[in-house]
Write a protein that binds this ligand. Structure first.
Ligand SMILES: *Cc1c(COP(=O)(O)O)cnc(C)c1O
Length: 725
């Protein structure tokens, strides 16, 4: 959701950014490190500059500093209280440049300064930088943020998608239309990295018979630099200039080139910058060519191919995120040969030997399977939840045909979410008061137990405030879109304008992929109608999410859900909010009463939005899949047991209605004399406790360091266990 020109106030001085008052000069620096987004004082500082503008610009500090009137800044520069708050933020920012007191520096002093490269095809850091599409990107962003907090010397590598992802509009007929989401380079916190010797590019990669020159943008994520590759250069053939501009667009041929440029280009860029990683992490198969390029580079230095493969394996980590065979990136070997050729010449081996690296017995000889390639070139491999680890061992079993699935060397590290990004300010304040001020850095179980003694009325009051923020935003968004002619009057009800802040509000927001089954709720329309329209105990649902532009079945699910939002029999209690992204995700996970997730088991590798909700005291109702198998403990939400033969979902739907009717609605409306739902609050507190103890990015990155990064850097004598070749 990019900021459209209409959101920006017009004033004559618009484009000529006025200089900041000398007293507040550091604000530019602050706005250019995305760490501001997870520091409460920094966020508050920007908000204080101009609250209305801050909202309108969807929390983009670079634009805020450009559009705020100079007089306002002058006033603030003369305000001692503001300046004191400013100074405090500046001290924090300065400390961000030093990692001496971090967990990593204290736990692994000998590993300080040894970089860990982290490659991923997308990164979701903040709404103002739209180079992500969904869960994988947001997870990668949270990984970098948590690494920064912990002092892990991570270096990110990704792609600078100039055209962003896409803006979603849903027409009166419920059909999603996708409009480009390009963004203004001067509105995002990225800096161009100069090339060597005055060239604009840092490296080049040969593909399909042409050299593609690559330039690089750097984004600072706290202490972690993330480099983003870009091929839009005059030096490139005009067909190659847009190769990296669009995220997940085009067919496999374009995907292949993007992955090739990311992997090969990324390794060369690090080398050009003089960064020599001691461990390398490929996050999902898209990043796999990074491993191959390192084999090539070693061979070019005279290392024999088989030894090069061993060396690369020893220092590499691969995380798979896909629980179904079809979800793994696969290319035809002819395509790969055309794209990559002739790197085998430099490797001193026949092409077949290189292509063999991507051989997966289940996919056949003609296929280069990215997951198989990553597994052959990484000694450490993991899935993203306990259940997904087990599913991955089965999927990968053909690579170790003489073993039982349980003995396949694929582990798991369950995903986590970056607490300071996802927990709402008011909840953090409540925890400050209750737990003391250092709780954010703690992973101590007994400390999180103390959440259970939070004051009921305070927690409920805080939650209601957040719920109001959500409903107000939903109404304002509808109002703006109506004004701009993007919503017609009959659509206003479906946009959530009739939502009632007192009613039990259930959120469902995620990619509209068919396996996520957003439409399962409507299996029995009459039963649902009774639940929703009960005048004493009403229930409302807020949906949000994009379908991938090429996913027609996903768009059909969205359309069917959308039509219910307009159906008068539901009294305006079912809403669909357009253009799901990180901004909306924040408001939803913080402002609904219950988070719903209905993936067809076992198709959700982990899922993370329910963890974000949990941190805000929003319990989850979900099928037992992904993280919920570990996360659900009977106190922190509700679970729908998997039904083995329930492909069509009838039994899951029945269980869903029953849980709502018999447990969830009664618990929510069971109030004491002060109208406080004591029973519900116990579930809320447990949701915070479990998410805080087990599902933060801190826990996740600590595990990656202990289990994978540190051993890889130290070259531990782990027995090597490669798959068959
Ligand atoms: C967290 C998040 C996701 C991933 O949510 P799931 O629970 O894995 O479906 C997707 N999109 C956005 C914008 C998010 O913030």
């Amino acid at each position: 959701m990019s900021v459209t020109a209409t959101a920006i106030p017009s004033s004559p001085a618009d484009d000529a950014a006025h200089p900041l008052p000398p007293r507040l000069l550091g604000l530019t620096h602050l706005a250019n490190n995305i760490a501001w987004s997870w520091n409460r004082d920094a966020r508050n500082l920007f908000r204080e500059i101009d609250e209305t503008l801050w909202q309108q610009l969807q929390h983009n500090p670079i634009l805020l500093l450009r559009y705020v009137p100079a007089e306002r800044l002058a006033t603030l520069a003369a305000n001692p209280e503001f300046c004191a708050r400013y100074d405090r933020v500046m001290r924090w920012l300065a400390a961000e440049h030093n990692d001496e007191h971090t967990w990593y520096a204290q736990t692994y002093p000998e590993l300080r300064g040894k970089p860990v490269a982290y490659f991923c095809a997308e990164f979701g850091f903040h709404n103002s930088v739209p180079i992500y599409s969904g869960g994988l990107g947001v997870l990668a962003g949270d990984h970098c943020k948590s690494a920064s907090d912990l002092g892990v010397p991570l270096v990110g590598m990704g792609i600078f998608y100039r055209d962003g992802y896409f803006d979603q509009r849903v027409g009166p007929d419920g059909w999603q239309t996708d409009s480009p989401d390009s963004f203004d380079l001067t509105s995002v916190p990225i800096q161009p990295v100069p090339g060597i010797g005055g060239e604009p590019y840092l490296t080049s990669v040969r593909t399909f018979g042409r050299d593609v020159y690559i330039r690089v943008w750097r984004m600072m994520v706290g202490r972690v630099p993330v480099y983003l590759l870009d091929s839009d250069l005059e030096e490139n053939h005009q067909d190659d200039r847009p190769l990296l501009s669009k995220l997940y667009a085009g067919g496999p041929a374009l995907r292949l080139r993007q992955e090739w440029l990311l992997g090969v280009g990324g390794v060369r860029v690090l080398q050009a910058l003089g960064i020599a990683p001691a461990a390398w992490h490929a996050n999902e198969g898209h990043a796999g060519f990074m491993l191959l390029e390192r084999v090539r580079a070693l061979c070019a230095d005279g290392v024999p191919f088989d030894d090069a493969v061993k060396q690369v394996r020893a220092s590499s980590v691969f995380t798979t995120h896909t629980p179904v065979p079809a979800g793994h990136d696969q290319f035809s070997v002819e395509q790969v040969q055309e794209c990559a050729g002739p790197i085998w010449e430099e490797m001193g081996v026949p092409a077949e030997k290189v292509l063999q690296i991507g051989f997966h017995p289940s996919a056949g000889r003609g296929v280069f399977h990215m997951t198989a390639a990553c597994i052959r070139l990484s000694r450490r491999v993991n899935g993203v939840s306990e259940r997904h680890g087990a599913v991955s061992r089965v999927l990968c079993n053909p690579l170790w045909p003489d073993r039982k699935a349980d003995d396949v060397p694929v582990g798991h590290i369950t995903n986590g979410v970056h607490l300071a990004t996802w927990m709402a300010n008011p909840i953090m304040q409540l925890l400050d008061e209750h737990l003391g001020t250092v709780w954010g850095a703690e992973r101590d179980r007994t400390m999180w137990e103390r959440v259970l003694t939070l004051d009921d009325e305070k927690l409920w009051g805080t939650h209601l405030r957040l719920k109001h923020v959500l409903m107000r935003l939903v109404r304002e968004k509808a109002r703006q879109n109506y004004r701009k002619g993007m919503l017609q009057s009959p659509q206003l009800v479906g946009a959530g304008t009739l939502l009632d802040p007192h009613a039990l509000t259930i959120g469902f927001a995620r990619r509209f992929a068919t396996y996520k089954r957003a439409n399962l709720l409507f299996r029995d329309v009459e039963r649902l109608r009774k639940l929703v329209t009960n005048s004493a105990r009403p229930v409302q649902f807020v949906f949000s999410g994009k379908a991938h532009p090429a996913d027609t079945p996903g768009k059909q699910v969205l359309q069917s859900v959308y039509q219910f939002t307009r159906d008068p029999q539901f009294e305006g209690r079912i809403a669909f909010i357009e253009d799901y992204g990180m901004h909306l995700a924040h408001l939803l996970v913080q402002g609904v009463d219950l988070w719903m997730n209905l993936p067809r088991v076992p198709l959700e590798a982990s899922g993370t939005s329910g963890m974000k909700a949990g941190l805000n005291g929003v319990p989850q109702l979900s099928t037992i899949d992904g993280w919920w198998e570990e996360g659900y403990d009977g106190t922190n939400g509700w679970a729908i047991e998997p039904e083995v033969d329930d492909d069509i979902g009838d039994r899951t739907a029945d269980r869903l209605y029953t849980l709502l009717e018999e447990q969830i609605v009664p618990a929510f409306y069971d109030r004491d004399d002060e109208d406080v739902p004591t029973r519900w609050l116990a579930t809320m507190k447990n949701a915070i406790r479990v998410a805080g103890t087990q599902f933060t990015g801190r826990r996740m990155v600590e595990q990656y360091v202990r289990a994978y990064y540190a051993p890889a850097i130290l070259g531990d004598a782990l027995q090597d266990d490669p798959p068959v070749s």
